[in-house]
Design a binder for this molecule. Structure first.
Ligand code: LFR
Length: 471
């Protein structure tokens, strides 16, 4: 097999990174070359991403990657889903909104007046989340912003456009817009028309692995001389993470655990029954035409937002020490519904969790370690519930759970998940998303070959995992 290096740009809601993937004879080694913070900014008209700043950080990270690996073959970009920029003749019309902005709530009502939740599910197969792109585009329509635009680009597509000048819609991320038909995989232009979203806004869909092209002179000025091309990957971060689940067994569930926890199974065909809709299951597009049948659980956002709140007074919170203290908490802790949409917006998380208990006449956690343990137990119980339901709805018997992403380093969460599910938890790799991103571009360039199962076998060979069993 061949050897060579590709760069994964992986953008999360709290941080981004540029990671080189060195492929050598069927083995993969990662080298992180840049890591930078990301956070939405509140302006008078709402919560926005500083996507131009992100682009600068990406270009600087790529420059470091090119310095370290002058023969870089390819660059792939993934990020969180659903958010986008509006453009006119290639010019961005304003910084993208964050999906946590409150503007979507009125838009949900406007959409449902034209298409019921059941009809939407039959068409797009998505879990109802108020921030799915179709609701955000409707908020833009209501604000009069769509009339000026001639396209919308999801975040990775926008960065790929700035790097190469090619304007496309990568398929896995497009599947999170709610405007792609779950059966055909094509843009649902009839739905767009019905919702008053001009069909001209949608770019042509491309498959992960498609070469988008070389860097524009403007990008080369920042990154330095490189012949590397930009290649589409599973540009929805969760699609890339699922590629890197280190198992060739199909009778498993995965938890892609970061800001969100995406919990589900992989299928060959979507499940769009009323029961699946009511249980809040999504059928997102995976790499190689697979279906990611999963449910969004609120995730480590609950913890990171709590820490952010405590740090607002200038105090530094040592997360390691806090988790160690949470380990020591004995006895039952109060458990809340980690899926409750009241936790979606930023700010005041410890108070909102306390209010959740208060409104139900229940005792709230009394100390910080108790609150942290309560968050982790509540997440573990939500995972267990979701895995049971995924299995029932899809018919996939689940024997093992793979927990990938940043959360796989949280030993207490992994142990609690083993307890709650009664199943073995295989934790790791931490950088699953970057690995999936690397492997899909590497396969596009012949540095690795084979099916998703072959790629997963390579991940299992290249990265250690930790196993947790129920005690
Ligand atoms: C995870 C993720 C989820 C998506 C949420 C919002 O980072 O991409 O899959 O539902 O962010 O985009």
């Amino acid at each position: 097999m061949a050897s060579g290096t590709v760069a994964a740009v992986d953008l999360g809601a709290t941080s981004g990174r540029v990671i080189l993937g060195h492929l050598d004879d069927g083995a993969l080694r990662l080298e992180e070359v840049a890591r930078f913070a990301n956070a939405p900014v509140r302006t008078p008209d709402g919560l926005h991403w500083s996507v131009t700043e992100l682009y600068r950080d990406v270009v600087e990270g790529l420059a470091e990657g090119v310095r370290r690996s002058p023969g870089l073959v390819s660059i792939g970009i993934d990020s969180w889903a659903v958010d986008y920029a509006l453009l006119r003749e290639g010019r961005m019309l304003g910084e993208p909104y964050s999906y946590r902005d409150e503007r979507n709530l009125a838009a949900v009502e406007a959409v449902h007046a034209r298409a019921t939740a059941s009809e939407l599910y039959a068409r797009n197969g998505l879990q109802h989340l108020p921030f799915n792109t179709l609701f955000q585009l409707t908020a833009d329509r209501l604000a009069g912003a769509l009339a000026q635009a001639d396209s919308f680009l999801l975040i990775p597509d926008l960065l790929a456009f700035w790097l190469t000048g090619r304007s496309v819609a990568e398929r896995t991320n497009a599947s999170t817009t709610g405007l792609v038909e779950v059966t055909s995989g094509e843009w649902d232009t009839a739905l767009m028309e019905r919702l008053g979203i001009p069909t001209r806004l949608a770019r042509g869909l491309v498959e992960p692995g498609t070469v988008l092209g070389p860097l524009l002179p403007s990008a080369l000025r920042g990154t330095g001389a490189t012949d590397a091309v930009v290649t589409a990957v599973g540009s929805h971060d969760t699609a890339s993470a699922v590629v890197a689940v280190p198992s060739t067994d199909r009778e498993i569930a995965y938890i892609s655990c970061g800001t969100w926890s995406l919990v589900g199974v992989e299928l060959d065909r979507p499940v769009v029954t009323e029961a699946a809709r009511e249980a809040g299951f999504t059928n997102e597009g995976g790499v190689d035409g697979r279906v990611r049948f999963l449910h969004n659980v609120m995730g480590l956002w609950l913890l990171s937002e709590s820490v952010r709140e405590w740090e607002k007074t200038g105090e530094h919170v040592d997360l390691g020490a806090l988790l160690a203290a949470a380990e020591q908490v004995t006895g039952e802790v109060p458990v809340f519904d980690a899926d409750d949409p009241v936790f979606l917006a930023p700010g005041g998380m410890p108070e909102r969790i306390a209010a959740w208990f208060g409104e139900r006449g229940l005792r709230a956690p009394g100390t910080r370690p108790e609150l942290v343990r309560s968050i982790l137990v509540s997440l573990a119980e939500a995972y267990a519930r979701t895995i049971r339901t995924a299995s029932e709805l899809s018919g996939v018997p689940v024997r093992t759970v793979h927990l990938v992403g940043g959360g796989s380093q949280n030993a207490l969460l992994c142990r609690l998940t083993a307890e709650a599910t009664g199943l073995p938890i295989v934790a790791g790799p931490v950088e699953a998303t970057a690995i999936g991103n690397v492997l899909v571009q590497a396969r596009g360039h012949g540095l690795v070959t084979g099916s998703l199962e072959d790629l997963r076998a390579l991940v299992a060979r290249s990265f250690p995992v930790t196993r947790y069993e129920q005690r």
